[in-house]
Design a binder for this molecule. Structure first.
Ligand code: S3P
Length: 440
């Protein structure tokens, strides 16, 4: 158990300076996994060295993958597709839904079993969305927690290719099935009615798999076809800065009077950049500087200045491109004039916490008028009273969002446990203090 870290966020004088947020969490998990499944040694720079990603590295080491850090570069010497060894100890994924679900995909087409476990948050998250399609491939789970972790996950000695339509917009489900398909004879076909983050498809291609992505006829989604089995070869990976982490300093600057900051090298992959579009629609002064390519992604430095925000309606179609950003958008909306409506939020119920409920409670406890529906949230913004006490429920993005909210609230906001931020953004508190934030 980690020690709890209670912090109080108070009004900041202003925010100024530059910040480069750490590497993208989604890309970091995948760089380790693809490196592990490739022949040869993969070099990764910009890796996110946070608890979630390190849990994936530890799990892979327990299955025979050699992972070392040399200078700033991570070196992963893979076993080849299908070459992982049965672990002798449980695989503990901590707080990480991505690490655990993607690894279930990998192990579905390995002929051994492994025990999957994690923290209280991860062990209460639904896994059927992954274990059901992996069951069609031939995997099984054995446990007594209603299909949730901890359980023993058993891969198949004769995995089958499947054609699967995603019942929810989830890159983790898509990725788990594709990772299983790497070691399956035949075509694994996925229909995703709504496009989700595409890091798995891009990295599979980069490592040499035969994978094609076609736009579906209505244009909103994709059809993905992977021809297995694949042979993957080591490739270097540059991990771009995480747009989901960049979201916190961006909103912090927008709501703090006088603020003017530069957020360096923010990834602009369209499957991830929904929040920036919405903040600009709200009147956010966000300027793109030096647009360029880094690690196969478009990136830009973002100059962000304090702005008088106005409310907006965020349609459901927008949600998959900013699914992790709703807690911090709700904070921006609390400072925006008028009523902001956010629709299509059903997936927020099954994140590291029930984010819809926790955000609505946190806003109300800080004097912000909001209404919560089954899959929507409305927030009436303006001035924020603050003074609330936030129980983060082991959710890093809740902790960071409410710390940011405190930067311009009338009374300080207290967060019960900021140690959870280590899962995705270990330098957050120090980096924000350097910009001028008052967290103590
Ligand atoms: C992720 C996908 C998303 C996101 C998560 C990371 C990924 O989850 O919320 O933080 O790396 O594939 P879902 O697939 O559940 O939407």
């Amino acid at each position: 158990m980690k020690n709890k870290l209670q912090l109080r966020a108070s009004v900041a004088n202003t925010l100024s300076g530059r910040i480069r947020v750490p590497g993208d969490k989604s890309t970091s998990h995948r760089s380790l996994i693809f490196g592990a499944l490739a022949i040869g040694t993969t070099h990764v720079s910009g890796m996110l060295e946070a608890e979630d990603v390190m849990a994936t590295a530890e799990a892979l080491k327990k299955m025979g993958v050699n992972i070392q850090k040399n200078g700033g570069i991570w070196q992963i010497t893979g076993t080849g597709v299908g070459g992982l060894q049965k672990p002798t100890e449980p695989l503990d994924f901590g707080n990480a839904g991505t690490g655990s679900r993607l690894m279930m995909g990998v192990l579905a087409s390995h002929n051994f079993s492994a025990k999957f476990t994690g923290d209280a948050s991860l062990c209460s998250r639904p896994m059927g969305r992954v274990t059901d399609p992996l069951g069609e491939i031939g995997a099984h789970i054995y446990g007594d927690n209603n299909g949730m972790m901890p359980f023993t996950f058993s891969g198949s000695d004769n995995p089958l290719p499947i054609e699967y339509t995603l019942p929810m917009a989830s890159a983790q489900v898509k990725s788990a099935i594709l990772l299983a398909g790497l070691n399956v004879e035949g075509k694994t076909i996925i229909h995703e009615p709504i496009a989700t983050r595409n890091h798995t498809e891009k990295m599979m291609k980069h490592f040499g798999a035969d994978i094609e992505v076609f736009k579906s006829q209505d244009g909103g989604g994709n059809i993905i076809i992977l021809n297995g089995p694949a042979q993957l070869y080591a490739k270097d990976v540059i991990v771009p800065a995480d747009p989901s982490s960049a979201a916190f300093p961006i909103v912090a600057a927008l709501i703090t009077p006088g603020a003017d900051i530069l957020v360096e090298a923010v990834m602009l992959n369209p499957t991830r950049s929904g929040l920036i579009d919405v903040l600009r629609q709200m009147g956010g002064n966000i300027e793109f500087i030096n647009e360029r390519e880094e690690g196969g992604e478009n990136v830009a430095d973002l100059r962000v200045k304090y702005s008088k925000l106005k409310s907006v309606t965020v349609p459901a179609e927008h949600s998959s491109s900013m699914i992790d950003e709703y807690p911090i958008l709700a904070v921006a909306a609390s400072y925006a004039e008028g009523e902001t409506k956010m629709l299509g939020l059903e997936e927020l119920r099954v994140k590291e916490s029930d984010r819809l409920a926790i955000v609505a409670k946190g806003l109300a406890d800080n004097g912000v008028i909001c209404k919560e529906g089954e899959d929507w949230l409305t927030v009436t913004g303006g001035k924020v009273k603050g003074g609330g006490f936030i129980d983060t429920k082991l959710d890093h993005r809740i902790a960071m969002s409410f710390l940011v909210m405190g930067l311009n609230a009338q009374y300080p906001i207290v967060i019960d446990d900021c140690s959870v931020i280590l899962t995705s953004f270990p330098s957050f508190i120090e980096d924000m203090k350097k910009l001028g934030a008052d967290f103590n």
